[in-house]
Design a protein around this ligand. Structure first.
Ligand SMILES: NC(=O)C1=CN([C@@H]2O[C@H](COP(=O)(O)OP(=O)(O)OC[C@H]3O[C@@H](n4cnc5c(N)ncnc54)[C@H](OP(=O)(O)O)[C@@H]3O)[C@@H](O)[C@H]2O)C=CC1
Ligand SMILES: O=C(O)[C@@H]1CCC=N1
Length: 274
């Protein structure tokens, strides 16, 4: 992939993806990034000599073949409208959006009826190359553009296409927002054992390694459902059974379902707002 790639916004997601790309061997000179924060840009340029940095979005996209839109959804219209008027060629480039809640039709409207639009939904484990990204494109997007978008996101983790745009909102609930749920669960476990007497560092170490080990175990035992993996831990009349019974009595699954539905509902609401 010798294309010039431009990132609009140098925040968490853009930096994760561009770092992954360059670490995979893409020359930094083929990567362009713009952000209002010149300190953020300077830190990236120090880390990756040759990286092209800009505080002006139009200059950033000028020579790009593909443009990754990585600003907050609330800012997307404010960013795209002046960018298109300064760089009308943008409408012919491959556009890859990582933004939640901005539909392809809206992106096209903001970008001069651009045809080549791919929506993606990554997550923060992309920062360590362990991300998972959902991708969606409609029939107007060529196979070559789909491959380019998928290759970009594969620099920082795994990818999977979803067949409908609505499916991307489910990916947000299942994956994009999901790191926060796991961190909250781990924090609650850590606080509980701390309250019962374990020191904070030890509590974090045990909880964290339990999470890492459990997710690796699940990934290595794909033939087993989560119910079966739970049963493997749960000795009859033992300790886990008590914890599991408490979760069931308190309807943990119902609570998770409510949270996931709230997440999807917000994505749908954002589609109307931005
Ligand atoms: N964080 C996550 O877990 C995920 C986020 N996303 C999506 O990724 C997108 C970015 O999120 P994230 O990386 O977390 O956010 P960040 O705030 O970390 O990144 C956005 C960046 O855009 C910069 N920015 C603000 N205004 C402009 C502008 N006019 N032109 C160029 N850059 C600008 C911001 O600068 P400044 O900080 O100075 O305002 C910031 O550096 C969002 O659309 C979000 O929906 C998708 C999946 C997961
Ligand atoms: O909270 C958000 O809106 C973004 C999208 C998924 C994760 N963070």
């Amino acid at each position: 992939m010798s294309q010039q790639i431009a990132f609009i916004g140098a925040g968490n997601m853009a930096s994760a993806i561009l770092k992954g790309l360059i670490k995979q061997g893409k020359p930094a000179a083929q990567v362009h990034v713009s952000d209002p924060d010149s300190d953020k840009l300077a830190a990236l340029a120090d880390e990756f000599p040759g990286l092209n940095t800009y505080t002006n979005n139009a200059q950033c996209v000028a020579s790009a073949d593909a443009v990754v839109l990585a600003v907050k959804p609330q800012l997307m219209a404010t960013v795209c409208e002046p960018l298109l008027s300064e760089q009308p060629e943008l409408a012919n480039k491959l556009i890859v959006s990582v933004a939640a809640g901005i539909k392809v039709a809206r992106l096209r409207a903001l970008l001069g009826n651009a045809k080549r639009v791919v929506r993606t939904m990554p997550n923060t484990p992309c920062l360590i190359g362990q991300g998972m990204t959902g991708l969606y494109a409609d029939e107007q997007v060529s196979d070559a553009d789909r491959d380019t978008a998928a290759a970009l996101m594969q620099a920082v983790g795994k990818t999977a296409w979803v067949g409908s745009e609505a499916g991307l909102n489910l990916v947000i609930a299942a994956s994009g927002s999901a790191p926060a749920y796991f961190f909250m669960f781990m924090e609650a476990m850590q606080k509980s054992v701390e309250a019962m007497g374990l020191d904070a560092d030890t509590a974090r170490q045990f909880v964290q390694q339990a999470a890492i080990g459990s997710s690796h175990l699940a990934a290595s035992e794909m033939s087993k459902s989560f119910t079966e993996l739970t049963a493997q831990v749960t000795s009859k009349g033992g300790t886990t059974a008590e914890a599991v019974a408490t979760f069931k009595e308190q309807d943990l699954a119902g609570l998770v379902d409510q949270a996931m539905r709230a997440c999807v509902a917000r994505a749908e609401e954002m589609e109307q707002l931005f």
